[in-house]
Design a protein around this ligand. Structure first.
Ligand SMILES: Cc1ncc(COP(=O)(O)O)c(C=O)c1O
Length: 376
């Protein structure tokens, strides 16, 4: 793909970057999604009745089939809640219904949404620094579960580092949550984007077996995978029937129910037909990752992504000031990245780069990012 122009489509990512800059910030892709999704939307739009729409049970089966075929894990369709809003809203719902009394625990750095949602909901939280060794970031399992906890949340694969947490790490976290009678919320919205050269099957939390399984909720969506976040939807895999009932009752309190009109059209088209497109995308993303890593100065990449399209960077290694590195990049080099400070205090002096864009544009962005001095 040479060029994919989103001008005039209301893209938040490009609006944030501002005129003349290349947007490498927000986590959506500048690559066209599977044509089957557009075709399904167009087909449905032709029928000019857009009234209240029931939840189609086929959607639960499709999610279960997707997990079986792509992740090799068994998901009972009864566990699947098809939510008519995006993952961020679903997390707020989960946090509210779980009603933790003890602080919500999550790693640091971590996707900004967890801290933002806790603040908005008035929930105390504690951020536990990730461990880092020669192989990269590790989950601080003991520290996350220390002293018993009501709610542990994490992105898995990890945003911003692109680490795919191991099955052992996820199982230990789930067991720790269960021991404290708490809940592990595994946010796997990047989970379908594990790079094919990573080599290991993805350790999805829903594969946790035994008594701990009831203490795990997996949240995922087609939004990141197929670039459909503008038509928000997601699904929660909730093995605990009591928690499912509480979530459903809470939804009803907002006049919401599972399903939704366009959400279901998009989700079903993606899960039914998107597999081959996704395989192609993953190959592209691996090539892009290698291009970016090869272009960067030594030490700039703080992690080698195993999934998704996000790279965690050390601003100093790029010759940027630790404070206001994002602003310096925008002003002097014409590229916009995400500010590491958004990922918690440990993210200060870091930046996050999104490499899901057409290759010629990526090459241009890398020249701007790594060349000497102001370059606009
Ligand atoms: C790990 C993670 N969870 C949740 C979200 C929120 O997704 P949305 O804004 O589509 O609800 C994002 C978005 O970047 C994310 O990276």
């Amino acid at each position: 793909m040479e060029r994919f122009d989103r001008t005039g489509t209301g893209s938040v990512k490009w609006a944030r970057a501002g005129a003349g800059r290349i947007a490498l910030g927000l986590a959506d892709m500048d690559l066209p999604g599977p044509p089957e999704i557009g075709a399904a939307l167009a087909r449905r739009a032709e029928h000019a009745a857009y009234g209240y729409t029931a939840c189609d049970p086929a959607g639960r089966e499709l999610v279960a089939t997707w997990y079986r075929e792509r992740h090799g894990v068994v998901v009972d369709p009864d566990w699947v809640m098809l939510l008519p809003f995006g993952p961020r809203t679903a997390l707020r719902l989960l946090f509210t219904v779980a009603g933790p009394r003890r602080p919500v625990a999550f790693p640091a750095p971590e996707w900004a949404g967890f801290a933002q949602l806790c603040r908005a909901a008035g929930l105390p939280f504690r951020m536990v620094p990730l461990a880092r060794d020669a192989l990269g970031y590790r989950l601080p399992v003991a520290e996350l579960t220390a002293g018993g906890t009501d709610l542990i949340a994490l992105s898995s694969p990890h945003n911003p580092s692109g680490r795919v947490w191991t099955a052992a790490e996820i199982r230990a976290l789930a067991e720790g949550a269960a021991a404290g009678d708490g809940l592990l919320v595994s946010d796997e919205v990047h989970g379908d984007l594990v790079h094919p050269d990573h080599g290991l099957p993805q350790p999805v939390a829903v594969a946790v077996a035994g008594a701990a399984a009831r203490h795990v909720v997996t949240l995922s969506s087609v939004g990141k995978t197929f670039n459909t976040s503008g038509i928000p939807s997601c699904f929660a895999l909730v093995p605990d029937a009591v928690l499912r009932e509480r979530l459903t009752a809470h939804l009803a309190g907002y006049g919401l129910w599972e399903g939704g009109l366009l959400e279901q059209v998009v989700q079903q088209a993606a899960l039914r037909h998107g597999g081959p497109w996704l395989d192609g995308l993953l190959g592209e993303l691996v090539t892009h990752r290698e291009l970016v890593l090869a272009a960067l100065p030594a030490g700039a990449a703080l992690s080698r992504p195993e999934a998704s399209y996000l790279l965690w960077l050390d601003a100093a290694a790029l010759g940027l000031p630790a404070e206001r590195a994002r602003e310096a990049l925008m002003a002097e080099r014409g590229v916009e990245l995400s500010d590491g400070a958004d990922f918690g205090p440990l993210g200060r002096g870091c930046l996050r780069l999104n490499y899901a864009l057409p290759r010629p544009l990526l090459a241009r962005a890398l020249t701007r990012l790594t060349g000497p001095g102001p370059r606009r």
